[in-house]
Design a protein around this ligand. Sequence first.
Ligand code: UD1
Ligand code: CA
Length: 457
Amino acid sequence: MKLHVVILAAGQGKRMCSSLPKVLHCVAAKSLLQHVLDTSSRLNAFKTSIVYGQQGDLLQQSVLNSAIVWIHQAATLGTGHALMQAIKHDALPDCSHVLVLYGDVPLVSYSSLKKMLEQAQQGAELVVLTAKVPDPYGFGRIIRNAAGFLQAIVEERDANEAERQISEINSGLMLCSLSLLQQCLPLLSANNAQGEYYLTDVIRLAHERGTKLSTVTVKDAMEVQGVNDRFQLSIVERYYQLCQARALMQIGVTLADPNRIDIRGRLTAAEDVFIDINCIFEGEVQLASGVTIGSNCQIKNSSIAKNVTIHANTMLDGAIIDAEAVIGPFARLRPETYVAEAAQVGNFVELKKTRLGKASKANHLSYLGDAIIGEKVNIGAGVITCNYDGVAKHATIIEDEAFIGSNSQLVAPVIIGEKTTVGAGSTITENTPANTLTLARAKQISISGWSRPIKKL
Ligand code: UD1
Ligand code: CA
């Protein structure tokens, strides 16, 4: 089957009350349109077109896929008119079938689309994707004959009382042979309540010609939930997140609450991972088995090895954490950070472009940037690598088993030798030799008989 996928996206989306085109609003940080494209691309269509109305430049910039045919529908005269624009120049046998998707129906599944294609392969000339919903208000209703076969779709505003009682609705998504569309689309008229060219009238026309029509009904109506306003957007977002949460639980992840996790990208996880409430995962994140993540963590483009513990309120971005390490609470790891096996990063510690060696510790209130830190190093509370001179960044190297006393500043570029002890409160500006005690602070004196100034009345 040579398939032409047409994504309708010319509607204005007025109810979003937004300067952004509706289909560029996001679910899980990915535009509605990109969701549709990602699903449909799995069908390996011969051609994919997007029908747009306004802000075409913005739409084209947003889309990752190449080889999209962009069709401008200057006036939105209805779904039938939109499709006509898209197939105007199509010729048989270039494409045999046209699959109509909506840019604002982002969660349609690959398996439903596959079922539609199967129906067509078995000879159906037109396949409509339908759903059964408790409240069909506003949707086109599926009209079946006594034998249960599809014969027409009636829009809410054109339906009579009996038709309005029907709870099976038109999702709007359909698959049709190109030849049938070429015969029927020119026959559409805008003689209806909305004065539009309804694509749905093709069903009645096809039925009148004795064409073999068919339907696929989705198991879960959420799959064809459209987004027309921000509330519906939030419903789709929650549903999508819950599906991801369920998938994680099925592979052995415990979620403290599947309703309180947000995955905005791809999270891969192994068995016996525990994730507490309100965590956000962005980009590509990998969690190995036995990883524990506390509440309110934000983890982006990071890879976390076996049995690592991330305590609450930690932010990771572009970090690689090796096995058994302990991070947080309230730690911030920025891009190009590597934390080796069994190392510890504690509260209010920030790491940027830094390697923290095996079993080393930075447990309290530190900034470590552009640093290479060896094994079994102890970084005391309040230690700061002064990596920036106002123009350029410089490196700090701390060799194995060094001990950096609390509240010390290491002015880069500088090397702290192996097993060096830096006395608390030192400002280190020169390299320190190995196995020494290095102090760089004013010497302590005590003055006896000194008295505090007294306030004069
Ligand atoms: C349409 C269906 C209805 C179905 C409902 C499901 C028709 C006549 N009705 O109604 O049976 O139950 O979807 O949500 O098809 N669009 C264009 N150009 C246009 C008009 C629309 O590209 O001229 C696009 C919109 O951007 C949207 C889609 O087509 O993605 C559906 O349009 P919309 O106006 O939302 O259709 P409904 O009236 O809701
Ligand atoms: Ca709609």
